[in-house]
Design a protein around this ligand. Structure first.
Ligand code: ZN
Ligand code: ZN
Length: 243
C-alpha cells in the first residue's frame, strides 16, 4: 500500500504518458486507449453483416424474431477479444471496459439503425451481482461508447434486471429464452418513451438476453431498440444456423 502511494505521488510530480489499457505499452497517438498492436490482434468482424444476427452476410438464414432491430458486433468471442472481456469482467480492468466501449463506435457508425439512436442503455447486471463485482461491465462499455459518439447515456437503474437469473452458459437456446423472459423492467418509462435506444452488452450468444431487455424497453414505450455488443459467441457461419 505504501509503495502504491509513493507511485501515485511520483506520477503526480512526473506525469506518465497515457498507456494502452490492455498491454500498458506506449500509445502511438492521442485520443486512443488501445495501442495499434492490441487493436490489430482483435478478431474483428469486417465486410457486409447480417442485420438480424450480426454475423457475416449472407449468414445462411438466422432464425428467431427479436424485439431489437439492427445488431452489430465489434468482433468474435475468441482470442484477444475474449481475453480482454475476461480482463474487464474478472480482473476489474475498468479502463479496458471503457476502451472497448469506445471501439464499439466503429460498428455503430456503420449501421443507420444504430447510428440514429438518440440514447444509450446497457444490459444491466442484477443489483446483487453488481454489488459483488463492484461495477457493471455493461455500464463501462456504454459509457465509453456514449463518450465516443457524443450521445446521452441513460442513468443507472433506468433499465433494471429485477430477476437474478441463473447463468446462461450451460443452457440451450430455448432454455435461455425462458430463463431471461421478463427478467428486465424499465423503472422510469419517461426516459425512454418515444426514443430510439441503443442497447449495449458484452457478449451475445443466442440473443435471448438482449431480446428480453429490448422487449422491456419497447413495453415502456421506446420507439425501437438497436443492439451493439463487443463480441458474438457462436455466430452463424455461412450456410450454418443460429444455434
Ligand atoms: Zn496495447
Ligand atoms: Zn443472420
Amino acid at each position: 500500500m505504501f509503495w502504491r502511494w509513493v507511485e501515485v505521488g511520483i506520477n503526480m510530480v512526473f506525469p506518465q504518458p497515457p498507456r494502452c489499457a490492455a498491454c500498458q505499452g506506449p500509445l502511438e497517438r492521442e485520443g486512443v486507449c488501445l495501442c495499434s498492436r492490441c487493436v490489430g490482434a482483435l478478431p474483428l468482424i469486417r465486410g457486409p453483416v447480417c442485420n438480424r444476427c450480426g454475423g457475416p452476410s449472407p449468414c445462411g438464414g438466422c432464425e428467431g424474431s427479436w424485439a431489437f432491430t439492427g445488431l452489430r458486433a465489434l468482433g468474435l468471442y475468441e482470442g484477444a477479444l475474449q481475453e480482454m472481456i475476461h480482463r474487464v469482467k474478472y480482473d476489474g480492468n475498468r479502463e479496458l471496459g471503457l476502451a472497448l466501449g469506445e471501439l464499439l463506435a466503429g460498428p455503430v457508425r456503420e449501421e443507420e439503425l444504430l447510428r440514429s439512436c438518440s440514447v444509450i442503455a446497457w444490459v444491466p447486471l442484477h443489483p446483487n451481482r453488481m454489488a459483488r463485482r463492484g461495477f457493471d461491465q455493461g455500464e463501462l462499455l456504454a459509457r465509453g461508447l456514449a463518450r465516443q459518439l457524443g450521445r446521452r447515456l441513460l442513468p443507472r437503474f433506468t433499465l433494471i434486471r429485477w430477476r437474478d437469473t441463473p447463468s446462461q452458459t450451460t443452457l440451450d437456446r430455448s432454455a435461455r429464452l425462458g430463463n431471461v423472459d421478463g427478467a428486465f423492467r424499465v423503472e422510469y418509462p419517461g426516459r425512454v418513451r418515444g426514443k430510439a435506444v441503443l442497447l449495449v452488452d458484452d457478449v451475445l450468444t443466442t440473443g435471448a438476453t438482449c431480446h428480453a431487455a429490448a422487449a422491456a424497453l419497447l413495453e415502456a414505450g421506446a420507439l425501437r431498440v438497436g443492439v451493439c455488443v463487443v463480441a458474438l459467441s457462436h455466430p452463424p457461419r455461412r450456410g450454418g444456423r443460429w444455434s
